[in-house]
Write a protein that binds this ligand. Sequence first.
Ligand SMILES: Nc1ncnc2c1ncn2[C@@H]1O[C@H](COP(=O)(O)OP(=O)(O)O)[C@@H](O)[C@H]1O
Ligand SMILES: [Mg+2]
Length: 286
Amino acid sequence: MSAAAALATPPLIVPKVEPAEQASVIAIEELAFTVAPRRPGAAPTQILADVSLTVHEHEFVSIVGPSGCGKSTLLNFIAGLLPVQSGRLTLMPTARRDRVLGYMFQQHGLLPWRNVQKNVELGLEVAGVPAVQRASQAREMLEQMGLAGFEQHFPRELSGGMRQRVALARTLVLRPEVMLMDEPFGALDAQTRIYIQELFGQFWEQHRVTVLFVTHDIDEALFLSDRVLVMGARPGRIVAQYEVGIERPRSHEQMRHSPRFQELYDCIWQDIRRQSQLSMQGATDE
Ligand SMILES: Nc1ncnc2c1ncn2[C@@H]1O[C@H](COP(=O)(O)OP(=O)(O)O)[C@@H](O)[C@H]1O
Ligand SMILES: [Mg+2]
């Protein structure tokens, strides 16, 4: 057996129970994306191939996968930033994509000339919410994010973790029905990251907004999610999925001692390692 073939051994899939009774909010079937070659005569590049996934209402789903496998590209399709070339993508409810979707990235994207309060109010302002109402909604959300007392601060006066909590408040205050999160905590140091994961985890347990969360951190994916999808590279597609099945509320201490967590961590680690090696060799496991 060649090295590539050995690496391509199908991953051990932990049995998954499909929550059939829940409505699907994001449904993707065989989504593919190919880009034209930069040089005439060169072959087109296939970025995504046959990506199929479903995210159910009130479900927290994470995607993990090696860098460059197409995670951000996939979120861009769901956000409507890229037109579908091939395959099907259904987002429900479909009425107002701009209002139902909240998008959050690694970069906080706060406006430096607006204070914390005014940054959080921005989306409400654009949506035409009256001043008194948006001020109180922003204050309430800042309090939930542990930022009461920082309303008048400017982004440059805050730590990285605080800025990212402001960015989280700015997205959550719009009460999106679906959140697309692209490595939102990726730039934070380990302790800050754990704190913000616990804060967001607690918020999520209260509100159960539907979330599709991209991360390269397996701990983070397992801590927050109901289900974890593993994405492979060249071209990007879903190669495995795992039902987390660890009861909530969760704590990092409890997770670390959970045999289920260890088992899932090992499976996902092996999957990602295999996919990274395959992508470095430029091989495919078809
Ligand atoms: N419009 C595009 N044209 C050319 N290449 C693209 C385009 N969009 C994405 N890519 C390539 O697709 C791959 C996946 O990118 P990305 O989705 O950012 O990966 P990830 O978020 O998993 O790190 C990268 O190699 C990127 O350069
Ligand atoms: Mg990315």
